[in-house]
Design a protein around this ligand. Structure first.
Ligand SMILES: Nc1nc2c(ncn2[C@@H]2O[C@H](COP(=O)(O)OP(=O)(O)OP(=O)(O)O)[C@@H](O)[C@H]2O)c(=O)[nH]1
Length: 611
């Protein structure tokens, strides 16, 4: 067990500030958070790993923040008083918008961080609107003013014009050099409001369950924000949503090291542990109260995060199935928004149908399974959740194209739509408009902010889950930013397209497509597979079909020579190397009837590539 120092005494409300940092990815949120921790002495210099808040390896590697965390800082302000500043970290990527929202609900204010050289981006807007929706006071911070390209005055105007907030008192900083950090701390104290509590510290306990995660030493840890009353060690609490009761074992705060406390009072943010078995037993947004003296009214709570993208994950080697199950179980311990259930596929054998918050979430989970658990996986085409209205009046959800019922029994298929916001330098506008149009987009608005265009489009999520984001980035050379929200389900003319290799359907490659796009997509898929599937000793037809109708076809010609023939039998080392390479390649191949398909073929085939 980690050593924990103990501190007592509750902080008066007037001396607490709870805040988040909202920003577009890469605008410097984590760097600023580290600076704030460092300059308030939360950690000694030598303890600062490069980025304290982004603790998981993958987060660090990809430079994005996934799991919301919190830090309690002590700051001696210019008025001579010492304040407790609770910083709740929020994830910056669109897939985790839901986590952003719930982290924000635990605070009264936000620092709006904007890169002074880049200006407002799509996620700046999405995140700042969420903060405003949560009634947050805002402190605008312009970061990276050390860069020669920084234009703080222009960006201030842009913020006023685009977001519609006063930016005249924006704090100019460089999180990298540390310039302006004291001004940020002072602004937090003077401009952000102190928390309020109607009942005070003697009222019945009312606390918000902000987040929960699994700690290898302490088990399930729950992050709470106290609204009214006092939460103490040893107290029996009740989760009002699930009616589960627990006795609190530990109360503490994160500085970011864990520090044990005797109690937490109104306005405070801290963690508890209480022999909770699984993260899934804690419902984020739930109200925590004292069992014997409950609060009269629960907090409004949140809707649970719903997975919006599904795909199958299968082990390349069938013997890894149990390892995959156990690895997924471990990941789920810490990520209740990731779901999985067993699935069997004629072509891929046993695997799991998994649900994710979005494509990035999918990629992160797949990467963690492969890297941390050393598993080789095949992922099937990502699919959104379709609503099927059947001719008998019933309704069902379709998570997997392979489960598509007989079309004569379906009256209507509805698909999810999103509203997307895209910001781009106007040079790339033409290409982006074409991309949106090709993906069945409906333009809602096009406005200009200086030389940058701000586009609003309604798009079917099905057209976005494949590679929309990659395409957008490549068209705009990385300059366009993107954010979306799911709006509703609408009827679509959708069909299931199957892919047949050598006459055998490869269920992992079947997908739902719009009828108008089916032929083009089918042709592309066949052409791609033709390039990707190695030649065999016989001819291999590749077909795309809707129902019984073949809509596209390619043929892989038969192989004539043996792989090693080129070596002229002379160079034994080279020959052996070639065979070894082939053997290693085999591991990542799947057998379909008589045909072997390399894993890369799946991945590549699933990217639509309409360059
Ligand atoms: N020149 C300069 N670079 C900075 C400054 N602040 C941050 N950076 C750099 O900008 C990049 C992104 O910074 P992060 O702090 O990781 O950005 P972030 O907003 O936390 O990104 P996510 O974690 O993905 O949300 C890093 O390479 C930082 O070193 C600054 O003030 N000046």
């Amino acid at each position: 067990m980690r050593p924990m120092s103990t501190t007592s005494s509750k902080t008066p409300l007037s001396h607490i500030r709870n805040f988040s940092i909202v920003a577009h990815i890469d605008h410097g949120k984590s760097t600023l958070a580290d600076r704030l921790i460092q300059s308030t002495g939360g950690l000694a210099e030598r303890e600062m790993s490069e980025q304290v808040l982004d603790s998981m390896d993958i987060e660090r590697e990809r430079g994005i923040t996934i799991k919301a965390q919190t830090v309690r800082l002590h700051y001696k302000a210019n008025d001579g008083e010492t304040y407790v500043l609770n910083l709740i970290d929020t994830p910056g990527h669109v897939d985790f918008a839901y986590e952003v929202s719930r982290s924000l609900s635990a605070c009264e204010g936000s620092l709006l961080v904007v890169d002074a050289s880049q200006g407002v981006e799509a996620q700046t807007l999405a995140n700042v609107y969420q903060a405003i929706d949560n009634n947050h006071e805002l402190v605008t911070v312009l970061n990276k003013i050390d860069l020669p390209a920084a234009e703080p005055e222009r960006i201030k105007e842009q913020i006023e014009e685009v977001i519609g907030i006063d930016a005249s008192e924006a704090v100019l900083i460089s999180a990298k050099t540390g310039l302006g950090i004291p001004d940020v701390l002072e602004a937090i104290v003077t401009k952000l409001p102190a928390p309020k509590s109607e009942g005070g510290d003697t009222a019945p306990l009312k606390a918000l369950l902000v987040d929960s995660w699994y700690d290898a030493y302490l088990g399930v840890m729950v992050l709470v924000r106290i609204i009214d009353g006092t939460l103490k060690k040893g107290m029996t609490i009740r989760m009002m949503g699930t009616d589960a009761k627990y006795t609190i074992e530990r109360v503490g705060v994160l500085t970011p090291k864990m520090v044990a406390m005797d109690a937490l009072g109104p306005g405070e943010i801290g963690f508890i542990t209480a022999s909770i078995k699984e993260v899934a037993d804690t419902r984020v947004g739930d109200t925590i109260t004292e069992d014997k003296r409950p609060t009269a009214k629960a907090l409004p709570g949140f809707k649970p995060a719903q997975p919006v993208v599904f795909c199958g994950l299968f082990p390349v080697d069938a013997a890894d199935f149990e390892d995959l199950r156990s690895a997924m179980g471990k990941l789920r311990l810490n990520d209740a928004s990731f779901s999985f259930e067993m699935e069997s596929s004629a072509a891929l054998g046993f695997g799991f149908r998994c649900g994710f918050l979005g494509l990035l979430h999918l990629e992160i989970i797949q990467e963690r399974l492969e890297r941390e658990f050393d598993l080789d996986l095949i992922a099937t085409a990502p699919s959104v959740v379709y609503k099927l209205f059947m001719t008998d009046g019933s309704e069902r959800e379709l998570h997997n194209p392979a489960d598509m019922p007989d079309v004569v029994k379906i009256a209507e298929i509805h698909e999810p739509w999103i509203r997307a916001t895209i910001l781009t330098p106007d040079d790339y506008l033409g290409g982006i408009l074409k991309l949106c149009q090709d993906r069945r987009g409906i333009q809602i608005e096009l406005t200009y902010v200086g030389t940058r265009a701000m586009l609003t489009y309604d798009l079917p999520l099905n057209e976005v889950v494949f590679d929309f984001y990659d395409r957008l980035k490549s068209i705009s050379k990385g300059y366009a930013s993107f954010d979306y929200q799911i709006t509703d389900h609408k009827e679509g003319n959708l069909v299931k397209m199957s892919i047949l290799v050598n006459g055998e359907p490869v269920d992992a490659l079947s997908m739902m497509v719009h009828r108008m796009a089916a032929e083009k997509r089918g042709r592309e898929m066949c052409e791609k597979l033709k390039e990707l599937i190695p030649k065999h000793m016989f001819k291999i037809p590749i077909q795309a079909a809707i129902g019984g109708n073949v809509i596209a076809r390619e043929t892989i010609s038969a192989l004539r020579k043996d792989v090693t023939a080129k070596c002229y039998g002379g160079d034994a080392t080279r020959k052996r190397k070639l065979l070894e390479k082939q053997k290693a390649g085999k591991k990542r191949m799947r057998q379909f009837g008589k045909v072997e398909i390399p894993q890369e073929a799946f991945i590549a085939a699933l990217k639509m590539g309409d360059e």
